[in-house]
Design a protein around this ligand. Structure first.
Ligand code: IPE
Ligand code: IPE
Ligand code: MG
Length: 239
């Protein structure tokens, strides 16, 4: 329950939290279950963490649901994940008003089935004017692809390629940079997630497998973040 959670002062809260939800497969394996079992449990965990982040006052939450590299998984797993996205979105559309979330999907969606693209477009359209937390779902996303597509847009218009110009063309344009990047599942890598946007993110790696990550784990990460001193290359301010 979120009610018992001590709240973190707004100025110590990350504005933008990004999560690499990793460990569904291993969680299922520990239970002698197929990977699909882990992915279904992963969706349930995601739902709870979205609610907890929204209650905590996070402005933008980006969840890595499917990477460009995940296309290389066995066909059976890729199609299971696609079916799961469709089913989750259909179910979610019925309760889109939950916490006034603004939903956005980021990534290269060109290889997605028309039905899924339609559901993503509908979800975005129906939540565009909501006032709550922005939920960015990264699907078919790759950090290198994102930077390349931004540079390609500039090149097409013969515009100067500067950091500011690239940033303005990333799929996250207009949102704050990632303050806190969480990865569950025990690996300490970024796996081509928000490479540009996480340039100065605080990196939080934990061993918890994603299906077991709960609101209390999110609050642990938020409290850890509140204790960090961010310097952005400068020297610490005199106290
Ligand atoms: C993360 O869990 C979910 C996706 C990448 C879609 P994994 O499926 O990578 O789980 P592990 O890492 O094999 O345990
Ligand atoms: C990262 O997890 C991608 C998502 C969570 C969607 P992976 O399981 O694909 O990452 P690697 O392969 O271990 O680096
Ligand atoms: Mg994994």
């Amino acid at each position: 329950m979120t009610a018992s959670v001590p709240s973190i002062p707004t100025d110590q809260l990350p504005k933008h939290v990004a999560i690499i939800m990793d460990g569904n497969g291993r969680w299922a394996k520990q239970r002698s279950q197929p990977r699909a079992f882990g992915h279904r449990a992963g969706v349930r965990a995601a739902r709870k963490v979205v609610r907890a982040a929204s209650h905590a006052g996070v402005e933008v939450l980006t969840m890595f649901a499917f990477s460009q590299e995940n296309w290389h998984r066995p066909l059976e797993e890729v199609s299971l994940l696609m079916r799961l996205f469709v089913a989750t979105l259909k179910r979610q559309i019925a309760k889109l008003e939950e916490y006034g979330l603004v939903w956005r999907f980021i990534g290269d969606h060109s290889a997605f089935a028309p039905e899924l693209r339609q559901l993503m477009a509908e979800t975005e359209a129906r939540t565009r004017s909501n006032k709550g937390m922005t939920l960015l779902i990264a699907v078919g996303y790759g950090g290198q692809w994102d930077i390349a597509q931004a540079a390609a847009q500039l090149a097409e218009k013969a515009q100067a390629i500067t950091p500011e110009a690239i940033e303005s063309r990333l799929v996250t344009a207009g949102y704050p940079a990632v303050d806190l990047l969480i990865r569950t599942g025990g690996e300490s890598r970024i796996s081509n997630f928000l490479l540009w946007q996480a340039a100065y993110a605080e990196l939080y790696f934990c061993n918890t497998l994603w299906p077991e990550f709960e609101s209390k784990n999110l609050h642990e990460a938020l409290s850890w973040f509140a204790g960090r001193q961010r310097r952005f290359g400068r020297v610490p301010e005199a106290t």
